[in-house]
Design a protein around this ligand. Structure first.
Ligand code: HGY
Ligand code: MN
Ligand code: MN
Length: 416
């Protein structure tokens, strides 16, 4: 397939203006964003994105999980489209670029094609996946998981947030529940641009990450049940302290992850204590263990060691426990032809690049099960993400989107 000329580049100022415009929606408290999935802020961001897509002459689609599709016609309407996108939902204390760069980078690909008057054989579709983050409704990558046939739609609709609100009802409430069957769309290929969310590219002064693999993930939700009692008058030997149990499991998760360095990570980010009163021994704690590794055997071993460790901790403290797996995907190997298109685009454009394994999960990890997929990464400052101080440079955003443009357009086949 003919590759675009190395002089073809996107418009960095237009891309950056769009990123800053979207960042105004769902502002955080420290310069980032709180645009959690299926909130009014999410809906407002969707409307802004939809308006931009319609202004670019794209045809909008919406599926039953609320995933948005914006289609630019190709010269061959029968040809399967090349999809490009990511997610607009954020963490509660999220940054301005996680996911958003991939969606608006996809829109910038379209805008640049229109600037240059380029037609492609395959249609190109920009995607905004619903609930990539999984912060409000676990698991992460929920809509792309239904699209890839990993989750049933009814199960997804029944996911509840911490206030007991159901995904399906919240999707209907914000008015973004579409009619399209989820997963009915077939893809020629899928590309996703994303910030690295880690320190490797910046530390090595490299502009582009050619993502060959994504590490596997497990989310284990644990409920520990002790007995509420007075923190002052209950003798130490008589306490059944679920808070102490959570502390010991937190230490256990860290120790197990450290045993498998550098190919493993583990932490507990979500913690709930009941009744959470200063002078009551915690009767119940609910928390989510997040363990990840690029190596499936390591991930399974960590899972096993942690579960048996929890049993020993609870026996010693005379507390009950339940462990429910609420998220999981095995390590991912992206499509070698799509990965090659990304690598050759970086070379053609003269950007420094290196192969990289994605530490974070992405919608591309699920899409890769139903279509050839690959990712492009750009650095982020101090490798920081899932923090309102997340930052990238305009140059990094432009480099990543240039590479995305070349990979998508080459795969969609230029016809003039
Ligand atoms: O958890 C993840 O890796 C992604 O940011 N949702
Ligand atoms: Mn993301
Ligand atoms: Mn994220």
């Amino acid at each position: 397939m003919a590759a675009p000329g190395e002089n073809l580049r996107i418009n960095p100022d237009r891309l950056w203006d769009s990123l800053m415009e979207m960042a105004k929606i769902g502002p955080g408290v420290a310069g980032g964003n709180n645009r959690q999935t299926l909130t009014d802020e999410d809906s407002e961001g969707r409307h802004l994105f939809k308006g931009w897509c319609e202004k670019a002459g794209l045809t909008m689609g919406l599926d039953r999980m609320g995933t948005m599709f914006a289609r630019r016609e190709g010269t061959d309407p029968e040809a399967l489209p090349v999809y490009v996108g990511s997610h607009l939902d954020t963490q509660p204390t999220g940054g301005k670029y996680d996911g958003v760069l991939g969606v608006l980078g996809g829109l910038e690909v379209i805008r640049t094609l229109d600037d240059l008057g380029i037609r492609t054989k395959h249609p190109i579709v920009v995607v905004n996946w619903t609930n990539e983050e999984g912060a409000r409704f676990a698991p992460a990558m929920l809509a792309s998981g239904v699209f890839a046939g990993v989750h049933e739609q009814d199960w997804a609709y029944d996911r509840k947030d911490k206030d007991g609100k159901r995904f399906g009802e919240e999707l209907a409430r914000i008015g973004w529940k579409g009619d399209e069957e989820v997963g009915a769309r077939k893809m020629h290929a899928y590309f996703e641009l994303h910030i690295e969310q880690g320190p490797i590219l910046e530390d090595e002064d490299i502009e582009i990450g050619v993502v060959t693999h994504g590490q596997g993930l497990k989310w284990l939700q644990v409920t520990l049940t002790g007995k509420e009692s007075h923190t002052g008058s209950t003798p130490m030997p008589k306490r059944r302290n679920a808070g102490l149990g959570m502390a010991r499991v937190t230490e256990l998760v860290h120790e197990v992850a450290m045993d498998y360095q550098p190919d493993a990570v583990g932490a507990i980010g979500h913690m709930e204590v009941y009744p959470n009163s200063r002078n009551i021994i915690a009767g119940r704690t609910v928390f989510t263990i997040d363990i990840r590794s690029p190596n499936k055997e390591v991930l399974d071993e960590m899972d096993e060691r942690i579960r048996s460790g929890i049993a020993l901790i609870c026996e010693a403290l005379d507390i009950g426990f339940e462990v429910e797996q609420v998220g999981h995907f095995d390590p991912v190997t992206f499509d070698e032809n799509c990965v090659r298109a990304v690598r050759e685009a970086a070379e053609r454009l003269g950007y420094t690049h290196r192969n990289i394994v994605s530490g974070a999960g992405h919608d591309a990890c699920w899409v890769n099960r139903v279509a050839p997929a690959a990712m492009v990464m750009c650095p982020c400052v101090d490798g920081l993400s899932h923090n309102e101080a997340e930052e990238i440079s305009k140059e990094w955003a432009a480099a990543g989107t240039d590479v995305l443009f070349h990979a998508v357009v080459e795969t969609a086949e230029i016809v003039g």
